[in-house]
Design a protein around this ligand. Structure first.
Ligand code: ZN
Length: 274
């Protein structure tokens, strides 16, 4: 918290001309003020967040692909339970503020060969622990180094996370909504979503992860263990969020296989199921 500002990172979002500025100091402050706080950080130049090979099984947008960077005026409640692996949570469908999974466990007390950055006690639903361990074992065997930057976030934590990004973006709601979910709209509230990093980038956050071998490994293999990328490259206007190479949601092995077979990205696959 006391550190001098060490970096100011700015980039122009490809979808528009807003400039987003992050400071290292403010990031460290928020890391130290809550158990699970880190959200999305875009640190990469524009060219790295353009559609690239990070999603090797290129999804195909097959249904409603209208652009919706903004939240619709008519916000609806989710149509499945928050406990349901296929519940659609996006800018239109919101989880209740009271929803929290009941089987949260510590990731790094239960999974080996996976580093929890800053020794944070990240929480995740117990139902995915064995598949996560299996995935980490396979990644480790292939020489990958994976770490966790964020996992479960409560409604209240998401509120402060969103407010943080709103603040550092000068109150610009339009920009903030492209990089951070409003409370109730975050997949992290489900307890099935993980933000990865790697020693390759010193466990850094955000866009630089797309350049790592770990990122490529996840893009190729995570679905085999039930984890799928939430906001893929090239589908920003479909998901309503900038590309997040690090953000994976667990939907179970069978569902992930079904999604891959369908050719749809997660957003469209879940729309078809909700
Ligand atoms: Zn995330």
């Amino acid at each position: 918290m006391s550190k001098i500002i060490s970096a100011i990172i700015a980039f122009i979002l490809s979808a528009n001309t807003y400039t987003v500025v992050y400071t290292q100091e403010s990031r460290e402050e928020i890391e130290q003020t809550a158990i699970v706080t880190e959200d999305i950080v875009q640190e990469t130049p524009e060219e790295e967040i353009s559609p690239v090979k990070a999603v090797t099984r290129s999804p195909v947008a097959t249904s409603n692909t209208s652009s919706w960077w903004d939240y619709p005026s008519d916000i609806k409640g989710v149509t499945r339970s928050g406990d349901d692996l296929l519940v659609l949570v996006n800018k239109e469908y919101q989880l209740p503020s009271t929803y929290a999974p009941t089987d949260l466990v510590s990731i790094c007390s239960n999974v080996t060969n996976l580093r929890c950055v800053n020794n944070t006690n990240f929480l995740i639903r117990n139902i995915l622990i064995s598949d996560l361990q299996e995935m980490v074992n396979a990644a480790t065997q292939d020489g990958m180094d994976l770490s966790i930057r964020s996992a479960y976030r409560s409604y209240a934590t998401q509120q402060s996370t969103y407010n943080y990004w709103l603040s550092v973006n000068g109150g610009n709601v339009g920009v903030t909504d492209q990089i951070s979910a409003r409370p109730g709209h975050s997949q992290h509230q489900l307890g099935t979503t993980l933000d990865f990093s790697s020693g390759e980038i010193n466990d850094g956050l955000g866009g630089t992860f797309a350049s790592t071998q770990a990122s490529k490994w996840l893009a190729d293999n995570a679905w085999k263990y039930g984890f799928v990328i939430g906001y893929p490259a090239g589908y920003e206007s479909v998901t309503g969020y900038m590309y997040e190479s690090w953000h994976y949601r667990y939907i179970g092995k069978a569902n992930a296989q079904d999604m891959i077979n369908s050719g749809m990205i997660l957003e469209l696959y879940l729309r078809s199921k909700n």
